[in-house]
Design a protein around this ligand. Sequence first.
Ligand code: GDP
Length: 527
Amino acid sequence: MSKSQEHAIQKEVDKRRTFAIISHPDAGKTTLTEKLLLFGGAIRLAGTVKARKASKHATSDWMEIEKQRGISVTSSVMQFDYNGHRINILDTPGHQDFSEDTYRTLTAADSAVMLIDVAKGVEAQTIKLFQVCAKRGIPIFTFINKLDREGQSPFDLMEELENVLGIRSVPMNWPIGMGRELCGVYDRMKNQVELFQGDDHSNIQVQKVDSYEDPVIREMAGEFLHEQLKQDLELLDVAGDQFDYEKVLKGELTPVFFGSAVNNFGVQTFLENFLELAPKPEPRRSTQGMVEPTNEKFSGYVFKIQANMNPAHRDRVAFLRIVSGKFERGMSVRHVRAGKEIKLSQPQQFLAQDRDIVQEAYPGDIIGLFDPGIFRIGDSLSQGGNIVFDELPTFSPEIFSKVTVKNALKHKQYQKGIDQLTEEGTIQVFRTASFDETILGVVGQLQFEVFEHRMKAEYGVDVQLQRMPYQFARWIIDEKIDPSKFRINSVLVKDKKDNYVVLFENEYAMRTAIDKNPTAQFLEMAP
Ligand code: GDP
């Protein structure tokens, strides 16, 4: 590749920001996404983002379950341009029930925006998603939403971030008043006041000041609010963390922004700061060492497979995160696991629900590849030999059900369905050593519903699921494994690769087993 080509890729990489918004349902993710897309001038998309929530409008949802429940079961990707940046937002299901898909989608993101409801603080789903991001060490930016309502004090929220999530925070701006009193924010980095005007706060007046002591603020916000602001910021200056970009990049410190998504208040400032601070696509680890985004050879990996986007065609789409090089429609790449060259002729990009054909794409972008059944989650595609990315852990399942087929004559289809859905990563499958029963493991309850539905719709098989009391799975490695040791509050099973796994009913049973088997290793994930 010539220098100028490399330079061209570098330019595209520098422009890109690929991130996911993580939050608990109702915190305002849809609203925020919609506002962000609006800044990019993508009004049509914003409409579809909203429509997806209301089941009656969700015309092209790929699964009945989505229609029935009005939720987005699987995540997709939205792209827009703003201020010379190309932004990819990875959508993660907003429903309480989520699945391994959600987790895996996060591996395709270079940073995360953590959205928190000012009144509710850090909630259950936020914690889970945060932990996945923290494990990868990606930068996390926090947006505290719904400032137009009464909520917890910003100091309490910062304490909660530290106590519950274990992350230090640095407020980039600070609210002037809250709820009905809310009149604006003070930008600590730029030393400016942003005042909201009009009933919907649509008009924003920006005033540069010398510091938060500047008497101009008193004129703008009134004496009471200015006094409070001064007190708060003095305290922050003395006792709060300094902004430290290195720590932000390592995910040890989260920059915090305050605003109200529905009023479009604080969203633009947030977006602009975020684009400046969030990392561009970074090198990724592979079996051949680190792969630089500007590497002339195209490479990427499949992080998600979605079936039946169009029920009429029964097609599947494999979502690929581009790691390096330039993607061009029709190019040939090596499918590393299959050991053969394939042509990428029908790439699709997902802008909410519309499918567009992509002509070219760069590191950080996500493309959807038409999949006639050749891809598996974790597959790497590459022009540069046998690169394999190791970004995709399987997650330890937490909910288990015994599965049986209602009509024994359908056993063949049943087996085919189980094999296929395991391959796609919808479920993990285990077999008991003694009676050869099949046990399914998932991360979210919704995965069972998707499984049941798809077994019926795609394979014509009615299955029966019977919930089991287990909560933890541990892959066990030992010279000699004695099944009789795992009878009380636990069971010994095998995964599809014949690895031994113990399922435990509770943490106590698991701890006891670990203590009693000092020579054995208990792993959270398949070795
Ligand atoms: P999601 O479940 O996280 O996608 O949340 P939505 O975006 O659907 O928002 C949930 C509810 O909160 C909706 O009724 C929104 O109108 C409301 N909402 C979102 N942002 C704000 C905000 O800044 N202030 C207030 N008061 N309500 C908001």
